[in-house]
Design a protein. Structure first.
Length: 475
């Protein structure tokens, strides 16, 4: 899902981890054999290509996983959210009054009849025919506008995998909840999963008495799959413990959760050495950069370790379960060690030559260095880099792909007992060396005009496109 969608995906009990890119169990592979082609003036190329295209269905589900849940993402995009009847009322995303984050859904049904709305992105694809789909959301009245009573009832709908739309109703076990304007109310419901090829998604109902202009806010949706019929609204019984700090390395031991189990952790940082432990609201959205009092969210991770960045005075770790109930926080005061030398990027660096990053020499810091990374890729000493007094020399000739590609590079040096040393190094393409095809031609049928014309570029020795505008005639 992209950053404009309102929901983000997390996956449990799967070899696939959250990375903002998702594969789909219903991928369809279409193999097309490309045909050879001739230019009318000169032969540009003669080749046979085999290209594979993967088409994702309308649902971003992970393959081979039976425990997938979706949590709200703070965004104004509605995607496919509307009334089931689609005859009256409005559904909008508003940036005022949200429970957590910035945005919430505002539903104005313009009717006293029971209305539901849905968003097929608030859904799960369990890929099994047993167990239960659980839904949790929070709601409150934004404006009664004369209404004497407003209730909401959690419900779910389903569509067959790879389709979209309002879908079909699914019998759910839930209770109507009366809402008020002063507090958010948690609403829960579940339905039995009966078909392995269905996508189940949230479809809240609400009923207004005495007014057709009342408005209800909805926020912090979670939907998840579990064998139990008991919707998990209990926080983990214990939070992270045994937090430790060694240089930039932070580690901890997860707490425990008797319901759906600890699934991951939110890591927060604070520059206030006396900051009280943060408290997170169950089912709340806490993306990187979110603030809770003196604390800022650094990351969401399934690991039990994290590499410290910056110079915070304190780190907090909070566990969450499958239903995004949050534990109490474990905290630790941190010391990132002595200051590292300031790195200065090379000017005019290209992939054709060694890249010399300079610093004020500190022999003790150099002796304690344990790793050098570029864009997160570890380099090998002597082969990929050489350290000398006052200089780090990066060597594209060593063969590491990250050093042979042009663009901005995040250089990081870890030295035991010292703060992380970082610099951004811009690396340019090398001298023109060859002509490369950057867009391959596509022939839909043999003998017909190419559907996609080839695009060629003048490249350096490693295949980076150069700025050369030279005229090249193909032989």
């Amino acid at each position: 899902m992209d950053n404009n969608q309102k929901f983000e995906t997390s996956v449990i009990e799967s070899s696939f981890k959250k990375s903002n890119m998702y594969t789909n169990p219903n991928q369809k592979i279409n193999n097309q054999s490309m045909r050879s082609c001739n230019s009318t003036k000169s032969r540009l190329l003669m080749m046979l290509m085999f290209m594979t295209f993967s088409f994702l269905s309308s649902f971003n589900s992970m393959g081979q996983a039976t425990s997938i849940w979706y949590q709200t993402k703070d965004s104004s995009a509605l995607n496919t959210g509307f009334f089931g009847s689609q005859t009256a009322g409005t559904l909008t995303s508003v940036n005022t009054g949200a429970r957590t984050g910035t945005f919430a859904y505002a539903h104005a049904p313009a009717s006293t009849s029971t209305r539901y709305w849905y968003n097929s992105l608030i859904g799960i694809f369990p890929q099994v025919a047993t167990g239960n789909a659980h839904m949790i959301y929070w709601a409150r009245v934004s404006a009664f506008n004369g209404a004497t009573s407003i209730t909401t009832t959690p419900s779910l709908r389903y569509v067959n995998s790879g389709t979209s739309g309002a879908g079909s109703s699914q019998t759910a076990t839930s209770t109507a909840t009366t809402l008020n304007a002063s507090t958010w109310t948690r609403c829960t419901g579940y339905t039995a999963v009966t078909n392995a090829s269905r996508v189940y998604f949230a479809a809240p109902n609400n009923t207004h008495t005495g007014s057709t202009t009342a408005v209800v806010l909805y926020d912090d949706f979670v939907i998840y799959y579990d064998a139990s019929t008991t919707t998990d609204i209990t926080a983990p019984s214990s939070g992270p413990s045994a937090l430790s700090n060694s240089g930039t390395a932070i580690s901890w031991t997860n707490g425990s959760d008797a319901g759906t189990g600890v699934q991951g952790s939110i890591v927060l940082v604070s520059t206030n050495a006396t900051a009280a432990a943060p408290t997170l609201l169950d089912q709340g959205f806490y993306g990187a950069g979110s603030t809770i009092g003196d604390w800022t969210v650094a990351t969401n991770t399934t690991s039990t370790s994290w590499t410290l960045t910056g110079t915070p005075a304190k780190v907090a770790v909070v566990n969450y379960d499958k239903a995004y109930n949050y534990s109490t926080a474990g905290t630790i005061s941190v010391s990132v060690g002595s200051a590292s030398p300031t790195l200065t990027a090379a000017v005019g660096a290209t992939v054709d030559n060694d890249i010399n990053i300079t610093f004020t020499d500190d022999a003790s810091w150099r002796a304690a260095i344990t790793s050098v990374t570029v864009n997160g890729t570890a380099l090998t000493a002597s082969t990929d880099y050489v350290l000398s007094a006052g200089q780090l020399t990066l060597k594209p000739s060593g063969g590491k792909a990250v050093l042979r590609s042009s663009g901005s590079k995040a250089i990081a040096i870890v030295s035991t007992g010292y703060a992380l040393a970082e610099v951004t190094q811009v690396v340019g393409a090398g001298v023109p060396n060859k002509v490369g095809v950057t867009t391959q031609p596509v022939a839909l049928y043999n003998g017909f005009t190419l559907g996609t014309q080839p695009v060629a570029a003048i490249q350096d020795q490693y295949g980076n496109t150069t700025s050369s505008t030279a005229t090249v005639t193909a032989a």
